[in-house]
Design a protein around this ligand. Structure first.
Ligand code: PMV
Length: 329
C-alpha cells in the first residue's frame, strides 16, 4: 500500500496512581492498575505514510532524524504492527512533541498512542479504542492510557498474552476541570529510563512488595475521589502514591533517585504554599520534574507564587485533554 499520509494527535498523561513494575517485560503487562489524567496542552502529532519502495522505516522526531535509540524503539513497534496485521511495507514517520522530550514528561505515552492510531489508519485498519490501547501499551506502557481523554484507568489484565491489559475512561475531560501545572526543572533527557528504573526496583528493592501491597487501597481512594469530585482526597492520595513509588526505587540496589536538588526545593515550597491555604498537591515521575494538581480557579494564583523561582525552566499549564484523534495537516 502506498501514499495515504495520516496524522494523529495524542495527549500526554500523568499518572495519579503510578504504574511501576512489570509482570511481563516484553508484552508490557504491569503488576498493578494505574490511574491517570490526560493533559490538553502536552501532545504529540505523528504522521505515517507507507511506501512500498522503502527498505526500512524512516523516523523523524521534531523535524530531525531520530536518535538510534528512539528509531529502534519505533521500528520495533512498527514491526509488531506489520506482524500482527500481516503486511510488509515500511513507512516514513514524522513525530512532533509540543513539550520537552524524555524528561519524565511522558513523551513516550503520547508518542506511542499517536503512532498506534496513525500507523493503523494509514494502512486502512480501523481498531477500536480498546484495541488501540492494547497496541499502544506495547510501545510504552503508559501509552495505553493516552488513547483516552480525561481520567483514565489502565487495568493491568490477568491473561498471559496481555489481551485484557488496556485502559478505560473513568471520567471524560469535561467532567472535572482540574489543572495540572507542569514545572519543567530540566528539559535534559533523564539518566535512568522508566523501563530500567522499574526493572531494577522490582528485582532489588525490598520495598517493592510494600508498594504493590498498598496500591490497591490508593486506587480505591482515587476512584472514590473521582466519583465524588473530592479534590482533597484525590490530591493527598496522589502525592502519597508518588512518594511511595520513589521510596521503592530509592531502596533499589544500587539506589535510584530521580530527583535533583531543585526537585526537593520545589517539594518544600509546595508544602509551604499548601500550608498557607492554597490547596495543591504534587506528583513526580521517572525524572526530576514536578507536576502540580490544583483546582482550575487556583491555577493563576499558584503560578504567581512560583514566578520568581529560578530553578523552574518552564511552566506548562494543562487542563484535562482529549482522546487520541486524527487531524488534517
Ligand atoms: O510507560 P513508561 O515506560 O514511560 O513508564 C511510566 C512510568 C511512570 O511514569 C513513572 C508512571 C506512570 O504510570 O506513568
Amino acid at each position: 500500500m502506498n501514499g495515504i499520509k495520516i496524522t494523529a494527535q495524542a495527549h500526554s498523561n500523568i499518572a495519579l496512581i503510578k504504574y511501576w513494575g512489570k509482570f511481563n517485560d516484553k508484552l508490557k503487562i504491569p503488576n498493578n492498575h494505574s490511574i491517570s489524567l490526560t493533559l490538553d496542552s502536552m501532545y504529540t502529532q505523528t504522521s505515517v505514510e507507507y511506501d512500498a519502495s522503502l527498505d526500512g522505516d524512516q523516523v523523524f522526531l521534531n523535524g530531525h532524524p531520530a536518535s538510534e535509540k528512539a528509531k529502534t524503539r519505533v521500528q520495533q513497534f512498527m514491526s509488531l504492527i506489520r506482524k500482527r496485521y500481516d503486511f510488509q511495507e515500511f513507512a516514513v514517520i514524522h513525530s512532533h512533541n509540543s513539550f520537552p522530550t524524555a524528561a519524565g514528561l511522558a513523551s513516550s505515552a503520547s508518542g506511542f498512542a499517536a503512532l498506534a492510531l496513525a500507523a493503523t489508519k494509514a494502512h486502512a485498519l480501523h481498531l477500536s479504542l480498546r484495541d488501540l490501547s492494547i497496541l499502544a501499551r506495547q510501545g510504552s506502557g503508559s501509552a495505553s492510557r493516552s488513547i483516552f481523554g480525561g481520567f483514565v484507568e489502565w487495568q493491568k489484565g490477568w491473561s498471559d498474552d496481555g489481551s485484557d491489559s488496556y485502559a478505560i475512561q473513568l471520567l471524560p475531560e469535561s467532567a472535572w476541570e482540574l489543572g495540572m501545572v507542569v514545572l519543567v526543572l530540566t528539559s535534559q533527557e533523564k539518566a535512568i529510563s522508566s523501563t530500567l528504573g522499574m526493572e531494577e526496583t522490582v528485582k532489588t528493592s525490598p520495598y517493592y512488595k510494600a508498594w504493590l501491597n498498598t496500591v490497591e487501597q490508593d486506587l480505591k481512594l482515587v476512584r472514590q475521589a473521582l466519583a465524588q469530585r473530592d479534590f482533597t482526597l484525590l490530591g493527598t492520595t496522589m502525592e502519597h502514591n508518588a512518594l511511595k513509588m520513589h521510596a521503592s526505587s530509592l531502596a533499589a540496589k544500587p539506589g535510584i533517585l530521580y530527583w535533583q536538588p531543585a526537585t526537593v526545593q520545589l517539594m518544600h515550597i509546595l508544602w509551604e504554599i499548601r500550608k498557607s491555604g492554597l490547596e495543591c498537591y504534587f506528583t513526580i515521575d521517572a525524572g526530576p520534574n514536578i507536576k502540580v494538581l490544583v483546582e482550575k480557579a487556583q491555577i493563576e494564583t499558584l503560578k504567581s507564587r512560583l514566578s520568581d523561582i529560578n530553578s523552574i525552566e518552564q511552566i506548562i499549564t494543562c487542563l484535562p485533554g482529549k482522546s487520541v484523534h486524527l487531524i488534517s495537516t
